[in-house]
Design a protein around this ligand. Structure first.
Ligand code: OOG
Ligand code: NI
Length: 463
């Protein structure tokens, strides 16, 4: 077989993720500080928790930790979303899940572009939370039309980027050289532009309608608005942020701190105020400021089954019904207590989580000799032949995402929209259906069980 003439999508994604991280470190220096803090905390955590290290080794996910991050962008039009899907596909990233944020007062709906399948995820799990602005939620019709016209005039992809996507689709991949060009050209789309494309008056009108609308409509492209490294101990990072000159958001989003981490916990530092300029009618630039870009960290835990997820949703709602976290942090301690109390109902032991069918696990052969006579997975586990490790949650959480959006939109910006999920409309714009996250995890779990049974059968047949 002759070697493939193409660089793999996984390698293109890894290169793109590294280039994006370097660009963002230049643009927002606090992100670099955060990365250094996360690296220190991860190292200390691995040194003090040998079982965590063993589990990451067993699932072959240790190497990816320090490379791991997600980012987020907000797009303005259906055409931008459809093209973005094609761009991400070249990097082996596909839309997973549908998130309706209108319910939380943010006029967008979203998906996450990410690698799918165990191998691709282990090579590089880079993902991008991608939102589409919903102009249909702007009440002022005149402003909506102006916003639409402004967005229709911009072209966020370079001609060269579009040509390379066409080529990749036509030929089935990109050569190493083309892949290098592709990374450079596509990175440009995510770059920060300090010169707005609207005048100050229009910016102000958009901003009054919703800060997020101003962020999407006023600029030449969908600047990356944050990057998020993965930490193994989010509480330690949250505690240490101030000592490195970073001010964290009031509370950590998601489940409470637990022995067995579930889903996703996230916190961020507030968006930085940046100088921008607005062209006036004579083309002269007037200075102003815009606040949008921030940094975030996250700790990922086990992916939950639909049963586990509905228990999570119930317990989170219960905690938030008793203490609603105030943006100024004044009731942060009370919220933490309410959360911990509510989640006492969620088993905090890996085998209990597994036995209750609440989470997904990866099964691997630990000791083939011990399993010589077993044939079902439970007796193989009991005999010590098979070990199980949590499958990491690769997706996002709508309530957490809303909390992250809010803390960076200015905490006074909370606004009500009628909840109006519209996955069908989103998928029409995207030009494809989004994948179902639960099916994805169930497939990984099932495949790991089949691999164990086949390996142990081969072993006992040979013995
Ligand atoms: C996206 C916020 C959501 C997360 O980690 O939940 C997000 C945004 O602010 O554009 O990134
Ligand atoms: Ni994020």
């Amino acid at each position: 077989m002759s070697p493939s003439p193409f660089l793999s999508p996984d390698a293109i994604r890894a290169a793109f993720s590294a280039a994006m991280s370097a660009m963002y470190r230049d643009e927002v220096p606090a992100y670099g500080t955060l990365m250094a803090l996360v690296a220190d905390v991860n190292e200390a955590t691995l040194a003090s928790q040998p079982t965590l290290r063993a589990s990451l080794e067993a699932t072959e996910t240790l190497a990816r930790i320090s490379e791991e991050r997600h980012g987020a962008i907000r797009l303005g039009t259906e055409a931008e979303l459809a093209m973005m899907r094609r761009v991400f596909a070249v990097m082996g990233m596909f839309p997973v899940g549908y998130y309706d944020l209108s319910e939380a007062g943010v006029p967008v709906h979203s998906t996450a572009f990410r690698p799918v399948g165990e191998t691709a995820l282990n090579i590089n799990p880079f993902r991008v939370f991608t939102s589409l602005l919903r102009l249909d939620l702007i009440a002022d019709e005149g402003l909506r039309a102006t916003a639409e016209q402004t967005l229709a005039r911009r072209q966020i992809f370079s001609d060269a980027a579009v040509a390379l996507v066409d080529k990749a689709e036509r030929d089935g991949g990109l050569s190493r050289e083309d892949a290098g060009l592709f990374v450079t050209e596509v990175l440009d789309t995510f770059r920060w532009h300090s010169e707005a494309s609207v005048d100050r008056a229009l910016y102000a009108r958009l901003h009054d309608a919703h800060r997020l609308i101003a962020d999407v409509v006023s600029f030449k492209g969908p600047h990356i608005n944050h990057l998020t490294p993965r930490t193994l101990d989010i509480d330690a990072v949250q505690d240490q942020m101030p000592s490195r000159g970073i001010v964290p958001k009031a509370v950590v989003e998601g489940p409470p701190s637990r022995a067995c981490p579930i889903l996703l916990r996230q916190t961020s530092f507030k968006a930085v105020e940046e100088r921008v300029s607005f062209p006036d009618e004579n083309g002269k630039l007037q200075t102003g400021s815009h606040t949008a870009r921030f940094g975030e960290i996250e700790q990922r835990g086990i992916a939950l089954t639909p049963k586990g997820r509905s228990l999570y949703d119930k317990l989170l709602n219960q905690a938030r019904a008793s203490v609603r976290p105030a943006p100024d942090g004044s009731n942060a301690d009370a919220y933490r207590v309410a959360l911990t109390r509510s989640f006492a109902e969620f088993p905090d032991d890996w085998n209990a989580i597994r036995k209750a069918g609440l989470g997904y696990f990866l099964y691997t052969v630990d000791d083939a000799v011990a399993g010589a006579r077993g044939s079902d997975i439970e007796s193989l586990i009991a005999a010590g032949a098979v070990r199980f490790d949590a499958i990491v949650y690769e997706d996002f959480l709508p309530v957490s995402a809303a909390g992250i959006f809010q803390s960076n939109l200015g905490d006074d910006a909370v606004q009500e929209f009628t909840a109006s999920p519209n996955q069908r409309l989103f998928e029409k714009a995207l030009g494809a259906a989004v994948l179902n996250e639960f099916e994805h995890y169930a497939g990984i779990e099932r495949a790991s069980i089949e691999r164990c049974l086949a390996a142990l059968k081969a072993f006992s047949d040979a013995a």
